[in-house]
Design a protein. Sequence first.
Length: 322
Amino acid sequence: MTLAGHVPVLLDEVLRYLEPAPRGRYLDATVGGGGHARAILAAAGEDAFLVGLDRDPEARRRAERALQGAGGRVRILAGRYEELDAILEAAGLGDTRFDGILFDLGVSSFQVDEARRGFTYQDPSAPLDMRMDPSQPTTAADLVNGLSLHDLARVFKEYGEERWAARIARFVVERRRRRPLATAGDLVEVVKAAVPAAARREAGHPARRVFQALRIAVNGELERLDGALRAAVRRLRPGGRLVVISFHSLEDRIVKETFRELALGCICPPELPVCSCGRNPEVRLLTRTPVVPAAEERERNPRARSARLRAAARVLGPQEAE
Ligand SMILES: C[S@@+](CC[C@H](N)C(=O)[O-])C[C@H]1O[C@@H](n2cnc3c(N)ncnc32)[C@H](O)[C@@H]1O
């Protein structure tokens, strides 16, 4: 493990929207290194309860350590947030309603900085792995060496918004005929050969979008995010807060659309505990446009640069309001 840390993104803003309070119950659906969770517990005080979920066993071990002595009661649970209901049920928390739920999407610096996890294009010898949960069967190498030309191009285009998707896919297929791609260096080499020199000189690493695309495909990151957000809302007590931080436009689009559908065009001010505009939505939006990090945070933490936070509060449903 490296010594580099993961700096929680938009921390002040997360606390502002979650409003941790004494005896509050919180769910961190992506507990990672426990940075946000620690701050939530510190703000809520000794009597708070926090459930931290992560699909990565190394993240769970880190979170356990980070949250020891953080105050409050903590349960760290294994699994994917897409299975939230079943996980809480199995942990005996099926009836728990939370005051706040946080999703800090994507990968942590711990995962990216650990070359053997295969998320990075910076280390040429890193394996093409990219699984957040190493017990999952499919690695990035399996996709790169196994997907059809058409599917590879689709993954690069859809999940990486890569302009040269078709060309890169063609180069990958040609290269793997000779020898399967095994390392980050193999893939970077192919991307560099496929992308025309002028485009390669544009901002950022030429393989960044291809790596993002593969990571999303390996981990099925966008597949059931909307369902997970809806399930999370049902786990909130009326008035409870849902805060979501996303790191690229594909994720943010899903968060935005889901929030919009759950809010059903409600136009009540955020402070109202019950909807009075007659639309009876499930949530009230607390952020009409995404909150982005201040210049100082973007400067201090490059990972924060693409972060966007959206928050909503659960509204009392018609039956609950009676
Ligand atoms: C950005 S990090 C969270 C960092 C954390 N907020 C902190 O302050 O340390 C995202 C974490 O979510 C986990 N994760 C990603 N997708 C997940 C999913 N579908 N279910 C559960 N955990 C997931 C990753 O393994 C990673 O540890």
